[in-house]
Design a protein around this ligand. Structure first.
Ligand SMILES: C[S@@+](CC[C@H](N)C(=O)[O-])C[C@H]1O[C@@H](n2cnc3c(N)ncnc32)[C@H](O)[C@@H]1O
Length: 253
């Protein structure tokens, strides 16, 4: 059910303090519109603040709208773009951006508190090829990211929501995968990691349900991307606790 309302666009580009800020973005712009996002379940679209299925207010506002990003303007060049969804403190992405200066990196997280640590790390090193934005992944990817524009999505340790009644909040759904698939370039990759065996089993079912989209779907880490040196904060934390870690890679057909 679509709801009409008027919302100021909370252009999250104020998070972008490194390098060029896109000139096409008007932060004061007011948009009158319909919430078009079919990916957010209808019962989440109730009122001004997103209300999750157990009635708690979410940090994400229903009306949060994102202006489309043209990567060549956003980064000032036409190099390939990798995105980390739920980048946390950005440790992994900052290290990867240093190792791959000819690639652009965009980290998004719906919580800025920890993401700002990554932003500060990147600023201290004056890294020209990495940006961080505070954004809710589903809405942001749907509204801001163009089809066939991303070479690689990193999705590491998404919140597992282990209680059955909370599992509706999991980000890894068939709809989400189809949306990522559409935004990937041909041959593009999705790298996935989780420490939650139950979530991994559910992920594998979702991958199987979208099998026609993938050139390959493997249940191992891609050593070239997640090598022994570059780990995410949660990867280090869970490995130190002796937890089993599960990895997968999807390649767009
Ligand atoms: C368990 S942490 C993992 C952080 C990082 N990927 C790592 O491996 O260290 C999950 C992160 O995803 C973010 N997150 C959860 N749901 C999100 C959503 N719908 N959109 C954007 N970020 C989200 C959380 O704020 C949190 O920072």
């Amino acid at each position: 059910m679509a709801r009409a309302f008027v919302v100021p666009i909370p252009i999250n580009f104020n998070e972008v303090e490194i390098g060029a800020i896109p000139t096409t973005i008007d932060e004061k712009k007011i948009k009158v519109g319909i919430v078009p996002n079919p990916i957010i379940p209808p019962h989440w679209r109730d009122g001004a603040t997103l209300v999750n299925p157990i009635g708690k207010k979410s940090k994400t506002r229903v009306g949060e709208k994102y202006a489309p990003i043209v990567f060549s303007e956003f980064f000032g060049n036409s190099r390939p773009v990798e995105m980390e969804i739920g980048c946390g403190k950005g440790k992994f992405l900052v290290a990867r951006s240093i190792e791959n200066p000819d690639t652009n990196f965009l980290g998004i997280d719906r919580v800025s508190k920890f993401m700002n640590i990554g932003k500060t790390r990147a600023q201290k090193r004056a890294l020209p090829n990495i940006r961080f934005l505070r954004a809710e992944a589903r809405a942001f990817l749907t509204e801001a990211i163009a089809p066939a524009s991303v070479s690689l999505f990193h999705l590491y340790f998404p919140d597992p929501w282990p209680k059955r009644r909370h599992q509706i909040r999991r980000v890894f759904t068939a709809e989400f995968l189809r949306m990522l698939h559409a935004r990937l370039l041909p041959g593009g990759l999705i790298e996935i990691a989780t420490d939650d065996e139950d979530y991994f089993a559910a992920m594998k079912k979702t991958i199987a349900a979208t099998a026609e989209l993938w050139d390959h779907a493997r249940e191992t880490m891609n050593q070239r991307i997640l090598d022994g040196m570059n780990k995410t904060s949660y990867e280090i934390k869970w490995a130190a606790q002796g937890r089993s870690l599960f990895y997968a890679e999807l390649k767009k057909r």
